[in-house]
Write a protein that binds this ligand. Structure first.
Ligand code: ADP
Length: 392
């Protein structure tokens, strides 16, 4: 009998998972990766093997819904029935917010779940679904060890000055601080950078996906990051705005153009590249559009990144390497070129051929800063943390 760890990333209407073989040690080879989408209507399940080849799919049919508990049950049952002689021995969950209590991954129990639930009010876009998924799993498989890995944990190495907002103490004590997100991805990338650029101490990583952020790494540890309190601030994203002055939001509430619910919905779902372009938040669509609004949205995106690179180069006292990762960072030749074209003042020189080929190194040999494309793997990072915790 072989043992496997399964990793879950539960969203509002989807459940993503990956299964990893434990017995080969720390390498944790991928067995399969899949997802259940549209859980609230027309749910469907797909799963691919480690080479990306389809293994199976299932449709529940229109009008059906699948809650997290049923989805998790379906996945575990499928894994144990379809992976030869394999038993799931532990699960790892992605949870965005670990709060003040969890600066590292933790074994889940009822008390942990209650604390994570108490943070839902701080982060309504991911936290409730992450915690629901973990709770549903604990109920369905009470005997299996489970680990929660947090996106905020990696940023707890930021100096105090970078974790603080200039607010009264009672407000700061209520948890209003610069948490930062995408930490599981940055944790993974920080372990990859030395393999590509061993001498690089001052590194900026641009995690550019549907959500987008940057992180300044000094010797592999986070010292600054663009997402602050909640997943709205910093860089513009597919449908989230990035930095907007709080005064503007107060004005929208005061003038009754929005209430708190409609304001939240606008900020999470209708802003960012979608709001700017009026066309789409999807980078592929924008890149393929000749519409001036799409061009302007892309310019805003690279302008915002350039500003943060300036700030973070100052924070780091210089810059040795710039890393692109996630859906846009790994795939968009155009976005990488647009940003690098704005970094001539840092003597960044792009190798256009290498950029078109996708790297890993995409800078010219005489570039003062080396530039890299490094694929992220948040699921593998969670699997590794899960293994480490269950072995203790
Ligand atoms: P999420 O944050 O939802 O996990 P991903 O990391 O998968 O997102 O990134 C999704 C983004 O990546 C989308 O904007 C998509 O358009 C973009 N993307 C994927 N492939 C390409 C490509 N070949 N060229 C440009 N953008 C791409």
């Amino acid at each position: 009998m072989k043992n496997a760890i399964v990793v879950f990333n539960a969203g509002s209407t989807s459940l993503k998972f990956g299964a990893y073989a434990v017995d080969a040690g720390e390498a944790l080879p991928l067995l399969c990766v899949g997802r259940i989408d549209s859980m609230q209507g027309d749910p469907h399940f797909v799963v691919n093997n480690a080479d990306g080849k389809p293994m199976d799919s299932h449709e529940w049919g229109e009008g059906h819904t699948v809650d997290h508990k049923a989805a998790l049950h379906f996945v575990i049952t499928w894994l144990e029935a379809n992976l030869d002689n394999t038993k799931v021995v532990a699960a790892g969950h992605r949870v965005v917010l670990g709060g003040e209590r969890y600066e590292t991954p933790v074994l889940i129990n009822g008390d942990v779940l209650d604390y994570l639930d108490s943070l839902v009010v701080m982060e309504p876009s991911h936290q409730p679904y992450n915690v629901d998924g973990a709770r549903a799993f604990a109920e369905a498989f009470p005997g299996l060890p489970q680990v929660a890995c947090f996106d905020t944990s990696f940023h707890r190495t930021m100096p105090q000055v970078a974790q603080t907002y200039a607010l009264p103490k009672n407000v700061r004590d209520a948890g209003v601080c610069h948490w930062g997100f995408h930490g599981i991805s940055y944790d993974y990338i920080s372990r990859q950078v030395p393999k590509f650029a061993p001498a690089a101490r001052r590194v900026i990583v641009a995690h550019l996906g549907g959500g987008a952020s940057m992180c300044a790494l000094l010797d592999g540890r986070s010292v600054e990051t663009t997402m602050g309190f909640g997943a709205l601030s910093g860089l513009p994203m597919a449908t989230r705005p990035g930095d907007v002055p709080p005064g503007a939001l107060l004005y929208l509430l005061r003038s009754k153009q929005f209430d708190d619910t409609s304001l939240e919905k606008m900020l999470y779902e209708r802003a960012g590249l979608l709001g700017l372009s009026g066309i789409s938040g999807d980078m592929r669509v924008l890149q393929n559009s000749a519409d001036a609004r799409a061009v302007a949205a892309l310019e805003y995106f690279s302008y915002a990144m350039m500003k943060y690179i300036g700030a973070y180069t100052a924070v780091l006292g210089g810059l040795d390497a710039l890393v692109f990762t996630a859906g846009i960072g790994e795939n968009s030749v155009q976005v990488r070129a647009a940003l690098c074209a704005k970094l001539g003042w840092l003597n960044v020189k792009l190798d256009e051929k290498a950029n078109a080929a996708g790297g890993p190194c995409i800078s010219a040999s005489d570039s003062a800063v080396s530039v890299w494309v490094i694929p992220t793997d948040e699921e593998l990072m969670i699997a590794q943390h899960t293994l480490a915790l269950i072995q203790h």
